[in-house]
Design a protein around this ligand. Structure first.
Ligand SMILES: Nc1ncnc2c1ncn2[C@@H]1O[C@H](COP(=O)(O)OP(=O)(O)OP(=O)(O)O)[C@@H](O)[C@H]1O
Length: 290
């Protein structure tokens, strides 16, 4: 879906950076009734016929270059599943995903070989997980974690790799003196910073952030959110941010999708959703913030 924007006399059709169509993920055998017997109106995501879990159903998402789009919903609503499918950590049951930087946005990424998907994860899509164990090797040095990503993108010169790792650690406000230390011995906030540095290693145009401040102290949360805003300002990087916390979504995003029981129940400008939520579930989420 292209969006037409008028700037002065010129009409510009902007190509989305990311386009997701009908993404569906079913855990279990699945049956012809899974989709129609689950969802917010049916009161849950477990199919009463076959017992499968419909983690995501028919999710559409369009993200334009430089945008930060938020995905909010309670635990179990399918947010992480969506991110994991976009990063190929899990295979989707159905759906198409297009990235403007891959085949000029005409290639369904889900149809690509494992090797190409790995290449995309090393060059085009960075991810930061809630749990640092998923994104870091805690027993490699922080510099080593970044080096791993650079080597996967064909960096060979040790001096260059060390210099790039140092630059990224500095950008994410990790003291260079900690470059050879193990993330296992870092605080939660520092581990998230190293994860961010690693995710940025090869300048991916798209960054996926999955609940990256959940479980951190409020002051550390604020510092990490500040870092993300700074990265957006300076690098103009496009991001999809998942959170169950409207405070995080409000601080970072321009547009938001609200998910419940694997479905998108509402979407729009974040400010509008916060001021005038339409779906009863969104109203509940917004009211719980007050
Ligand atoms: N491997 C799996 N097998 C079966 N069900 C799963 C599996 N992984 C996730 N689910 C289910 O899929 C649904 C969506 O999970 P998901 O982790 O995407 O939710 P979420 O919105 O990210 O929640 P949270 O914030 O707690 O991670 C949940 O009901 C979850 O229990």
């Amino acid at each position: 879906m292209n969006e037409s924007m008028k700037r002065g006399e010129v009409s510009i059709v902007e190509q989305p950076m990311l386009e997701v169509q009908g993404l569906t993920k079913i855990h279990g055998p699945g049956c012809p009734h899974c989709i129609k017997l689950t969802g917010p109106e049916m009161g849950g995501n477990r199919c009463p016929q076959c017992g499968s879990i419909v983690a995501c159903a028919d999710v559409d998402l369009t993200v334009y270059p430089g945008e930060i789009v938020g995905i909010i919903g309670e635990s179990g609503s399918g947010k992480s599943t969506l991110m994991k499918c976009l990063h190929f950590d899990e295979s989707a049951t159905a759906g198409n995903v297009y990235l403007s930087k891959m085949g000029d946005g005409q290639v369904n990424l889900f149809d690509l070989s494992l090797q190409k998907k790995r290449w995309i994860c090393n060059h085009l899509i960075g991810i930061v997980y809630q749990n640092p164990i998923m994104g870091l090797r805690l027993d490699f040095s922080s510099g080593g974690n970044i080096a791993e990503k650079l080597i996967a993108a064909d960096w060979h010169n040790v001096g260059d790799i060390r210099q790039r790792a140092g630059y990224l650690l500095k950008r994410t406000e990790i003291p260079l003196t900690r470059m050879d230390d193990l993330p296992r011995n870092f605080s939660g906030g520092m581990q998230q910073r190293v994860q961010i540095a690693k995710a940025l290693a090869n300048d991916p145009p798209l960054l996926l952030l999955d609940e990256i401040t959940t479980g951190l102290d409020v002051s550390v949360q604020a510092q990490i959110l500040d870092l993300i805003r700074q990265l957006k300002r300076t690098l103009g990087i496009t991001m999809v941010v998942v959170s169950h916390d409207f405070g995080v979504i409000r601080m970072l995003t321009e547009r938001t999708l609200v998910m419940k029981d694997g479905r998108v129940v509402e979407q729009g400008l974040t400010d509008q959703i916060l001021e005038d939520p339409q779906h009863p579930y969104t109203q509940l989420l917004v009211n719980s913030m007050l």
